[in-house]
Design a protein around this ligand. Structure first.
Ligand code: AMP
Length: 209
């Protein structure tokens, strides 16, 4: 199964992707995580994208498309994948259609108030990328990941100024993809407001599982 997870930042795409990967036995490909790893490694790519990410802006299409094209050519994703955070612009979606078929696009439906609540409290493991929440899903020991012992931190782009910018960018550049994929008959909407277990059930129903 080849899936795209589409939705505003903080809609829960990454959290559901971790569960969906177990259910469907496919790989999650998160462009945001790939970019964050590059920043942490201070690679050429990381140095190029750090300021853009911190400001809540999008990395340019050419760089992002090349990265995903390369990742999708690898052996481990030939039977399926979840694209989490890609495509985010119409040119990215058009490019993707030239190098990969997609079975379904899961659209995470959530109002801005839900997004702000989630992003404002989001805490992330620096090592394994697992998402926690300061109120709804705290790590057992403050600041330490339950899964790998890594440091749990607040992403620079989860700070208030960057959150506003990311929502603006989502509305302008990414939300048009909803109609783009609806017209192709690929879009499946899921209610992303509830807690994660209910979202998993919504997802399974939407997938006919
Ligand atoms: P995410 O973890 O998906 O919220 O992504 C974090 C940041 O990485 C975004 O705010 C962008 O700066 C960058 N990024 C991730 N995916 C893309 C993409 N498909 N196109 C452009 N920039 C991206």
């Amino acid at each position: 199964m080849k899936l795209i997870f589409l939705g505003p930042p903080g809609a829960g795409k990454g959290t559901l992707a971790v569960k969906a990967v177990e259910i469907l036995k496919i790989q999650q490909i998160s462009t945001g995580s790939i970019f964050r790893a590059a920043v942490a490694a201070e690679s050429t790519l990381g140095l190029k994208v750090k300021a853009i990410m911190d400001a809540g802006q999008l990395v340019d299409d050419e760089t992002t498309i090349a990265l995903v094209r390369e990742r999708l050519a690898m052996n481990d994703v030939q039977n399926g994948f979840i694209l989490d955070g890609f495509p985010r612009t119409i040119p990215q979606a058009q490019a993707l259609s030239e190098f990969s078929a997609i079975d379904k696009v899961v659209n995470f439906d959530i109002p801005d108030s839900g997004v702000l609540e989630r992003l404002g409290g989001r805490r992330v493991c620096r090592k394994c990328g697992f998402n926690f929440h300061a109120v709804f899903n705290k790590p057992k020991q403050e600041g330490i990941c339950d899964h790998c012992g890594g440091e749990v931190y607040i992403r620079d782009d989860d700070k208030p100024e960057a959150i506003q910018k990311r929502l603006e960018v989502y509305r302008e550049q990414t939300a048009p993809l909803i109609d783009f994929y609806r017209q192709k008959g690929l879009l499946v909407d899921i209610d992303a407001r509830p807690m994660v277990d209910e979202i998993v059930e919504n997802f399974k129903k939407a997938m006919g599982l």
